[in-house]
Design a protein around this ligand. Structure first.
Ligand SMILES: NC(=O)c1ccc[n+]([C@@H]2O[C@H](COP(=O)([O-])OP(=O)(O)OC[C@H]3O[C@@H](n4cnc5c(N)ncnc54)[C@H](O)[C@@H]3O)[C@@H](O)[C@H]2O)c1
Length: 263
């Protein structure tokens, strides 16, 4: 069953085979979608993403998600290339210089905090605003971003990314209202289990934490591949009235107090 047949979109954030966005692109292709792949110019220069473009017969367009001009050009080029407006957009973008450089949450570098917020949260507002003002989305389209439960609970080593994720989820609700009223576009976040990717592994103690989270989940950690399936269902017409939600895709972790395994 191809549930995205005839649908067109943009996928931000595939860096290598481990990236969640990489898996989403492979599945979207399997499900019959046509899309543009986008990432920051520096990520495109690494060259790996060309493999994904070849595998999925999609075009690559560089755009720094913190730069409105890059984004505007991306949307115009994508519309031309795909032959119309978009049915889905994935924001799978995150980076914190403070986390990368092991700057403790009680000793943040504020220039880096601005970067964290700009790349990991405000970029989502920029994307939504440019899509909204430019009338780039089809009726009943779907826009998704990826988040983490550190927006609700304290995970000390997640640092300022927790603040970025809170903001990302808030933007999702606020803009979700306006986009819903405008053309029934839905806007949601998926709160994913810890996943071994470049961004994930950058968090201190990630490997130990992966094991803990796995034991604290009824189903175990949700793998990236299953996250991609969930994204596809949210891009499809099967979820037309789900909007402004933070949807947990975490094997039940978010509802558990304690498990015998952890004790
Ligand atoms: N890995 C996890 O444990 C986990 C858990 C929950 C949520 N997430 C979220 O999933 C999303 C995808 O991360 P991932 O785990 O697949 O890691 P990843 O490192 O593969 O992806 C992060 C992407 O962000 C891109 N990016 C960084 N700065 C950018 C910019 N200025 N403009 C455009 N793109 C930029 C990177 O090039 C990269 O492709 C992130 O939002 C992350 O926070 C990850």
């Amino acid at each position: 069953m191809k549930i995205l047949e005839g649908k067109k979109g943009i996928i931000f954030g595939a860096l290598d085979e481990k990236s969640i966005a990489w898996k989403v692109a492979l599945k979207a292709h399997e499900h019959g979608a046509k899309f543009i792949l986008s990432n920051a110019p520096v990520a495109l220069r690494m060259g790996k993403i060309q493999e994904l473009a070849d595998l999925t017969q999609s075009k690559l367009v560089a755009a720094d998600a913190t730069n409105n001009e890059d984004l505007q050009v991306l949307f115009e080029e994508s519309k031309k290339h795909l032959g119309g407006n978009f049915d889905f957009v994935l924001h799978s973008i995150g980076m914190s210089p403070n986390v990368r450089k092991n700057k403790h949450y009680t000793d943040l570098n504020y220039d880096w905090l601005h970067k964290t917020l700009d790349i990991s949260a405000i970029s989502f507002h920029r994307i939504l605003q440019l899509l909204y003002k430019g009338d780039f989305m089809n009726q009943h389209s779907s826009i998704l971003a990826l988040t983490y439960i550190a927006a609700q609970r304290v995970f000390p080593d997640y640092g300022d990314m927790a603040d970025a994720k809170s903001m990302l989820e808030s933007i999702t609700r606020s803009f979700g209202y306006h986009f819903g009223v405008k053309n029934k576009t839905r806007v949601n976040t998926i709160s994913q289990s810890p996943t071994p990717t470049t961004a994930g592994s950058g968090v201190k103690g990630f490997d130990d934490f992966l094991g803990f989270a796995d034991k604290m989940s009824a189903l175990g950690n949700a793998p990236a591949d299953a996250c991609a399936d969930y994204c596809i269902s949210l891009f499809s017409d099967l979820t037309r009235f789900v909007t402004m939600q933070n949807l947990y895709h975490d094997g039940g972790f978010s509802s558990i107090g304690v498990t015998p395994d952890v004790l």
